[in-house]
Design a protein around this ligand. Structure first.
Ligand code: NAD
Ligand code: TYD
Length: 337
């Protein structure tokens, strides 16, 4: 099986490439990635050049996408996106370009090349926010995104569903909760807090820290995407989650406790605008139709992630140098005087 993975040099994409090559010796993969600030060729180091190739290209450019697609490609798994809510609040144009326009380019290129299947990797954030006690999101929940990031992903999802309905494109959408694990860019909560804790810096917790996310280890997400790729029904949406609801304050405490550090390192800072209070996913559909189940408990997965960042200090110290410092200063400078 030949798969093209867009965004395969990022966090989830690189985990998926590694997982898929490991899981199935008959798979070969071409990664198409623009290597933005979040893309890192190092995340794909050590893979066999016979089975994996990295092509640097932009999903908003038809010639870049068409260049990696031909009739021998069995599937495209589309991860490429601008993915960080805080950055979308500071500046949303790249989100509209990559997430909306880029997805339409991928749809057109897949159709033109006659690729038999597209998996579009989306997020639970398209559903908006839940109040405490409300039932988890099902796939039928209306799309009511609040951040520019989530709105751009919702736009992409609608374009994918439109291509499936109008052109009969064989496309499947996944909507997953918050991921954590190896190779996650340290702008997101868990790697930011682990690496700040390890570096003796404050853990900047937005608002009261009682916002809830439905956490899933990236490896469980990769297994779910593989199940959807192999067995998902065309035109269908599948939620992916691990019943891992945790509030941010508790996540911060768990990280510090795993590292035997003082909770005094937590700093409550100014909240994010329009901060979604809670995400939670109903995963009955993927469990029933595709016989997929999460396997990693949050406590175990978090402990493994903490160990990974302890053992890969070189990786995150390199990532946190250079342009990251400018980002950190603009995002947290006024919050952490
Ligand atoms: P990431 O930011 O770590 O990686 C994104 C990758 O896409 C990077 O390698 C980047 O270089 C690449 N990219 C960006 N713009 C591109 C462009 N124009 N052309 C080609 N490549 C481009 O993101 P992630 O956390 O790995 O998320 C991957 C996908 O999963 C995204 O679509 C995201 O919306 C979705 N998702 C993420 C989470 C999460 O918790 N991280 C949860 C659910 C869904
Ligand atoms: P994040 O990892 O940015 O994912 P998302 O916003 O897509 O869910 O944030 C997860 C939660 O952690 C969210 O409620 C915002 C919060 N958060 C902080 O409290 N401090 C931070 O520095 C960051 C990056 C996030």
């Amino acid at each position: 099986m030949r798969i093209v993975v867009t965004g395969g040099a990022g966090f989830i994409g690189s985990n998926f490439v590694r997982w898929m090559l490991d899981a199935d010796p008959a798979v070969s993969i071409v990664t198409l990635d623009a290597l933005t600030y979040a893309g890192n060729a190092e995340n794909l180091d050590g893979l066999s050049p016979v089975r994996h190739q990295l092509v640097v290209g932009d999903v908003t450019r038809m010639r870049d996408v068409a260049g990696v697609l031909d009739r021998r490609v069995d599937a495209v798994v589309h991860f490429a996106a601008e993915s960080h809510v805080d950055r979308s609040i500071s500046s949303a144009q790249a989100f509209a370009a990559t997430n909306v326009v880029g997805t339409q380019v991928v749809l057109d290129a897949v159709r033109q090349a006659g690729v038999p299947r597209l998996v579009h990797v989306s997020t639970d954030e398209v559903y908006g926010s839940l109040a405490p006690g409300e039932p988890p999101f099902t796939e039928a929940h209306p799309l009511t995104p609040t951040s520019p990031y989530a709105a751009s992903k919702a736009g992409a999802d609608l374009l994918v569903l439109a291509a499936a309905a109008t052109h009969g494109l064989d496309a499947v959408i996944t909507r997953c909760g918050n991921n954590y694990g190896p190779y996650q860019f340290p702008e997101k909560l868990i790697p930011l807090f682990i690496t700040n804790a390890l570096a003796g810096q404050p853990l900047p917790l937005y608002g009261d820290g009682r916002q809830v996310r439905d956490w899933i280890h990236v490896e469980d997400h990769c297994r779910a995407i593989a199940a959807v790729l192999q067995r998902g029904r065309p035109g269908r949406v599948y939620n992916i989650g691990a019943h891992g609801e945790q509030d941010n304050l508790s996540v911060a405490h768990q990280i510090l406790s795993l590292l035997h550090l003082d909770p005094g390192q937590i700093r409550h800072v100014a909240d994010r605008p329009a901060h979604d209070r809670r995400y939670a996913l109903d995963t009955e559909r993927i469990e029933r139709e595709l016989d997929w189940r999460p396997t990693i408990e949050f406590g175990d997965g978090l402990a493994a992630a903490v160990s990974w960042y302890q053992e890969h200090r070189d990786w995150w110290e390199r990532v946190k140098s250079g342009a990251y410092r400018t980002y950190y200063e603009s995002q947290y400078g006024s919050r952490l005087p």
